[in-house]
Design a binder for this molecule. Structure first.
Ligand code: FES
Length: 142
C-alpha cells in the first residue's frame, strides 16, 4: 500500500496530535522519511490544517528537533497523461523558468481530469487549464 499524507495525519491525530507533541514529531519524522530525508515546506500547511493547528507550531517543532530537516523547495508536478502530455511547450517553459531555482519538477501519470487540462500541481495544489501566465505567477513567488 502506498503512503498517504492524509491517512498519516489522521492516524497521528488519533494518537493525540497536536496536543501530544511526541505524536506530532513522529508524524513529521514519517513525512521526512517518505520525502527522501527532508520535509517539504509546502506539506506543513495541509498537515496543520489536518491536525487543526497552526503551521507556525509545526515549523517551530521542525526547527527545535535536530533530526528534522526542512526543505525550502517548491514542487511542480506536471501531468504527463495522454491529454496534458501533448502540451510539450508548457513543460519546456516550466523547465526553462524553474531550472536552478530550487523547484523540483516531476512528471506524473494522468491526473484523471483530462477535460480540464493541461493540469499541474504546485506545492500540492491542483491547477487546471495551466498556461504561461500561471507558471509565471509561481515564478513571482520565488
Ligand atoms: S492527461 Fe492530464 S489529467 Fe488526464
Amino acid at each position: 500500500m502506498n503512503w498517504n499524507l492524509d491517512e498519516a495525519v489522521l492516524y497521528y491525530k488519533k494518537q493525540g496530535a497536536p496536543s501530544d507533541q511526541n505524536a506530532v514529531i513522529s508524524l513529521l519524522r514519517e513525512v521526512q522519511q517518505e520525502n527522501g530525508g527532508s520535509i517539504p515546506r509546502y506539506v506543513l500547511a495541509p498537515i496543520a490544517q489536518g491536525l487543526g493547528t497552526k503551521e507556525s507550531l509545526l515549523l517551530a517543532i521542525v526547527r527545535r528537533i535536530p533530526s528534522l530537516r526542512l526543505a525550502d523547495t517548491h514542487c511542480l508536478e506536471l501531468c504527463s497523461g495522454p491529454n496534458c502530455g501533448r502540451h510539450t511547450a508548457l513543460a519546456d517553459l516550466a523547465e526553462s523558468l524553474f531550472r536552478g531555482k530550487g523547484v523540483t519538477i516531476r512528471y506524473v501519470p494522468c491526473m484523471r481530469m483530462c477535460a480540464k487540462g493541461p493540469n499541474l500541481r504546485w506545492d500540492g495544489r491542483l491547477y487546471h487549464k495551466a498556461d504561461e501566465a500561471l507558471l509565471r505567477s509561481f515564478l513571482a513567488q520565488l
